[in-house]
Design a protein around this ligand. Sequence first.
Ligand code: C2E
Ligand code: CA
Ligand code: CA
Ligand code: CA
Length: 261
Amino acid sequence: MRMTREEILSSLDTALAEKQFVIYIQPQFNHATKQLVGGEALVRWIHPEHGMQSPVDFIPVFEDSGLIPKLDLYVFERVCEYQRKCLDEDSYTFPLSFNVSRKDLLLPDYIDSMEEIRKAYDVPVEYLRAEITESSAVMGGSEHAVEIINRFHELGYMVEMDDFGCGYSSLNALKDLEVDILKLDIKFLRGHVGGRGGIIISSVINMAKWLNTPVIAEGVETFEQADYMLSIGCEIIQGYCYSKPLPADEYHKLAVESNYM
Ligand code: C2E
Ligand code: CA
Ligand code: CA
Ligand code: CA
């Protein structure tokens, strides 16, 4: 059942204290080799009365109200906890991406707080990748975004530009920001292969190649689309054709199995 804005805002603290937020992980596959290469952590709210809530409904509410950093740090902690568990079991070694809201990055000590958490769980940065949206760049001014990315890089994090191509200034963002990976959501560009959408997608892939920046294609729902992406040089796929986001333990099973293949 959908919660109202007031319900969402007033229940954050209880929800955090009672661990109602959990991470789901959507696997990322190399479509050329069919191998798992990593995943993205996506938050879910399992509300005791209202049931499972979609981040599409509650994330914007927490963003508007300035409460999002609390939730994102909580999610980041769950990601570190998960990676620590895997490292302890020696079960696998795939990196996980996590979302950083543009509002988080306006807090001067947000990355310090992340680092405290990461150190507490003793997770090497190679296992963690920060996803920022291109609009983060516009939001605080691109100078601020450059600083943020430099800071992440100094600490050793890879930075992914999420939802590339969905904003109005993708090309500007790309010019100014030295991100390590581009995430291209083909949902917004899809159309007939060979149509305008197809031309834009393949141009982005080419441009990314020239920039030496790998691309992850998101929102890929059919293997036909995945084959098309591969044919134009984009191997990494995150989409329903392979898997929806999975509860962390299901993802874990998949990861452990694929590590022994
Ligand atoms: P996003 O970061 O762009 O994440 C990708 C979204 O696309 C996910 O939706 C995923 O389930 C969906 N998706 C993946 N493959 C497909 C596909 O083939 N077809 C379709 N139709 N959808 C696909 P989800 O999990 O509902 O998350 C929605 C958005 O909520 C995320 O978009 C992100 O902006 C935000 N979000 C989720 N978790 C967090 C979080 O921990 N912190 C913050 N700040 N935002 C989050
Ligand atoms: Ca994302
Ligand atoms: Ca995305
Ligand atoms: Ca997004």
